[in-house]
Design a binder for this molecule. Sequence first.
Ligand SMILES: [Zn+2]
Length: 279
Amino acid sequence: MLRQVRNMHVKAIKMRWLTGGDNYSYLLSTQDRTKSWLIDPAEVLEVVPNLDAAERRSIQVIVNTHHHYDHSGGNVGMLAALGKDNIKPSVIGGSHTSPAVTVVPEHMQHLKLGDLEITCIRTPCHTQDSVCYHVKDPQTGEQALFSGDTLFTAGCGRFFEGTAQEMDAALNQRLLGGVGEPNWALTKVFPGHEYTKSNVKFVRKAVYPNPNMNQAFDELDKFAAENEVTTGHFSLADETQFNPFMRLDDPLVRQAVGDDGSWSRTQVMDRLRKLKNTM
Ligand SMILES: [Zn+2]
């Protein structure tokens, strides 16, 4: 499952899939593969066998997108497993609720992995400590966004610790603004779960019931029907075209939630998420 974003490398590791789950951990590596971030390695027994010795040696940081156990629950075990080979990564997370965190980044804090430039975009709502990580390869201009449970392809996370207003701000101000419009089309999205199929089912039923209502969504629908794995295939620009949670002013989205023409963006977001929760 090695996925090459030209010079930098993103390897998606499936977790919990054999028991009905759909989590991803990711190994983000520099062009020469000597330095890596290991993102959300919640299931140590599934992640370790997917890493060869060189990949394990390359791990400089364990990174969490948020504190939920199916993302951060492997931090301590992974430190122990790597420690046997004297590999001692630091641990980055949005709060100390994630076990063993040593670094809590601020909103828009810049970090480096080799010459990869990483921006930490804090996106509170799903959890208050949710952080999305935007990575830019200065050699090629190619980019990736590790969006945890905040942004999914054609969907977003549940508002466990936040409000509809916060999710609108997280997706449509902090993420889009933090990445910057010139970079949207270059930025591939890597979410914390493979939820695309169920998100597409919801959007087809509730928002765009017929073909040709949204061409970008029609293309996503076709791709999701034919591919089990969709992570890393769509860009942030694609999301602005087919993700209803990023299209709160789309008349078809407003129609789907029952807006009488007077609703605020927050009301549309709130109702859209509630509709999704009932499916
Ligand atoms: Zn979560």
